[in-house]
Design a protein around this ligand. Structure first.
Ligand SMILES: Cc1ncc(C[n+]2csc(CCOP(=O)(O)OP(=O)(O)O)c2C)c(N)n1
Ligand code: SF4
Length: 350
């Protein structure tokens, strides 16, 4: 029975600072097609959660519908999970986060799930700056329903049947920056070295952290002429920088040449170090990020790495001044202030 994951592990596996081996962050054996980019992203998520010393039961993973949205089954099986309706993950995530801010929220979606049926939900979760990480596993097609073009398929891109897409594509990273997302990154499923630090930085960001990951569908969109195939992406990738996530450090000891390395401090004392920056791009400047993405697009390149970040971001909880404690832990006396207080509120509204 090949669907049963072998339990054997090397007895001397490394443990993280809370004493867990990486096994604690794994999930069920994947049933996706062999070689699917989504599986590489799941591996990146497992690695990032292990390295960040996350308590699995303090994380909630949420998704919509699609091959991409199936992936939460394949990572973090000791975490909370909710596989919602097609395109509706953002509203479920919003409800959960508003009720309990003590968990880390991790959303997974597809380009069909977010850019077509779920577009209405996506744009609002971005502009509300919900404190969550949101990954789109972007393969330019609807993998689960046998490879129809999605709204992120590039104009002129050919699908497996040889049909050329005549429509302008939706660029989710540009859209997220435009809508005010406070952390926007782009990566490739085949570049774990870049993806893992990006996921770690996103999970540490206090606000909406969006990562658009190009993730080839080997079964329906890996043909010649597709702009989301492994070959095409490898040939056209252009990194803004290399990235390293440095957890809480009082002093950064790395020496760097001014202009070639940039350090972005995060709210909790950790930092992101970016090397080899493109000369005319500033990750803290929204306009500069938008121009860099558009320039790359004009040249037919896929710009990867951290595109934009606002380290001063205020998330939805801060904006709405919500309860510090999870709602299910509030006692009746806190939830119901008594008739006198209610009379005062009513009098104030007359
Ligand atoms: C309301 C609703 N409409 C349509 C579908 C059919 N459907 C299932 S998955 C999917 C698209 C999946 O594409 P994407 O989100 O890009 O994920 P992928 O499978 O490519 O990872 C569609 C249209 C559905 N499940 N529910
Ligand atoms: S159909 Fe495509 S997206 Fe779905 S599992 Fe297979 S390769 Fe991955």
């Amino acid at each position: 029975m090949t669907y049963i994951k072998p339990k054997f592990r090397h007895p001397e596996q490394p443990v993280n600072s809370i004493g867990y081996t990486i096994e604690k962050y794994e999930g069920a054996l994947s049933t996706l097609c062999a070689g699917c980019g989504h599986d590489s992203i799941s591996a990146g998520i497992i690695q990032a959660a292990f390295e960040l010393n996350i308590e699995p039961h303090k994380l909630a993973k949420l998704s919509g519908i699609g091959c991409s949205s199936k992936t939460p089954t394949y990572f973090l099986s000791n975490s909370h999970g909710f596989n919602s309706v097609h395109g509706r993950m953002p509203s479920v995530a919003t409800g959960a986060a508003m009720a309990n801010r003590d968990l880390t929220y991790f959303g997974v979606s597809g380009d069909g799930d977010s850019a077509s049926i779920g577009m209405g939900q996506f744009v609002h979760v971005v502009r509300r700056n919900l404190n969550m990480t949101y990954i789109v596993m972007n393969n330019g097609c609807y993998g689960l329903t046998k490879g129809q073009d999605s709204a992120t398929a590039d104009e002129g891109s050919k699908n497996k049947s040889g049909n050329v897409n005549i429509f302008e594509s939706i660029d989710l990273a540009s859209l997220a920056i435009e809508l005010g997302a406070s952390f926007v990154a782009q990566s490739f499923s085949g570049d774990k070295g870049q993806l893992v630090p990006l996921i770690k930085a996103a999970m540490n960001h206090p606000g909406f952290a969006f990562i658009n990951v190009i993730s080839p569908c080997v079964t329906f969109n890996n043909n010649v002429g597709s702009t989301k195939s492994y070959d095409f992406v490898r040939e056209h990738i252009e990194a803004t920088s290399t990235i390293d996530f440095v957890p809480e450090m009082p002093e950064i000891s790395t020496s760097y040449v001014e202009g070639s390395t940039k350090q972005v401090k995060m709210h909790d004392g950790s930092s992101i170090q970016l090397s080899k920056l493109a000369a005319d791009w500033d990750p803290l400047n929204r306009l500069s990020a938008m121009i860099a993405v558009q320039k790359a697009k004009e040249k037919g390149e896929i710009l990867t790495g951290l595109l934009y970040m606002n380290p001063e971001s205020e998330d939805l909880h801060t904006m709405l001044n919500t309860s510090e404690r999870p709602l299910n832990s509030l006692s009746k006396s806190v939830l119901c202030p008594g008739s006198e207080a209610l009379n005062d509120i009513n009098a104030g509204l007359r």
